[in-house]
Design a protein around this ligand. Sequence first.
Ligand code: KG4
Length: 343
Amino acid sequence: MVYGLGIESSCDETSIAIVKNGKELISHKVYSQIETHSPYRGVVPEIASRAHLEKINSLLAVCIEESKLTFSDLSYVAVTGYPGLVGSLMIGAQLARCISLVHSIPIVLVNHLEAHLAVIGLENELPPFPWLGVLLSGGNSSIYIYKGFGDLELLADTQDDSLGEAFDKVSAVLNLPYPGGPIIEKKAFEYVKPKGEKSPFPKLLKEDGPDTIRFSYSGLKTAVLYYIKSLTETETLPIEKITYYFQKTAFELVVRNIRKAINRTQIKTVVAAGGVLANETLRSYLQTEAQNQSFQLYYPQKKIYCTDNGAMVACLGYHLWNEKKFVGLDFKVSPKRNFEQIL
Ligand code: KG4
């Protein structure tokens, strides 16, 4: 029996989890700072790191208590090392160092982005590598070739805004709350599209041929702005219509890029993850595409596994521990996603 602890503090969620054998969740606590940052419409790094510091010890205590384990039962402590806000990462890193030092438990350093993909191991038998890893979050719109634990190759990236950022910015333009994802999804659901109505927004990156795989969402945000400006003073802002077509346009690019990535790599296992995967419309677009194109699709079923969480860190940590990928107490954290640790 292998029990491992996962620590996540890279952005605005403080989270601790204990996982058994890399696939069974024993205890899990997530503290979200969304309410704290929402007046600023984005994460304020200094506030984030202070909030992690205030919460992390009590989350650890509750997690250990609920698990009915002691520190001596743990085989590893996994911690998110990169990418993230450095001040926030350091809070989790310091906790990992303390636990390791006091209880002689090895530390495993985890790539936050990889952990978002590997978390499917808590809900499924892991499919054989390679996978296409599609990350859609507040900081990323990218597609990776996931070749093995700790081995990711970037295939496609965003040129500007990430998909989550586009949700947040369009929400601000519409005077809706932060974060934008959940409220835009709700408003879009309420729209009843008249038969034959055309989208007010152009197809994204329509000039790209089959060999170009990339994301870009800043143009869509501008298109929303121009559309609002084009309305006359007597017209009420059609929030439901705008959110409906915003989602449709944004998700069409995701589906198109996945199709291109499969064609280029011939990899037929697609793992999609990140905060935006909480969106039901996106989930159904992907399911339809998987059926039509016959690929195996995975994404976290539980929405708590879409946003940042300690379970994904403990889960990936297990596989890295298995491969003896430990780091010393002097490990570094980094804002960079292609950060290389010297093991
Ligand atoms: O992965 P995540 O929790 O963390 C960061 O990348 O920081 O992603 C957060 C992003 C936010 O931009 C938020 O608006 C978006 O995920 N999001 C959603 C939904 N829930 C959260 N986007 C679309 N639909 C949702 N239901």
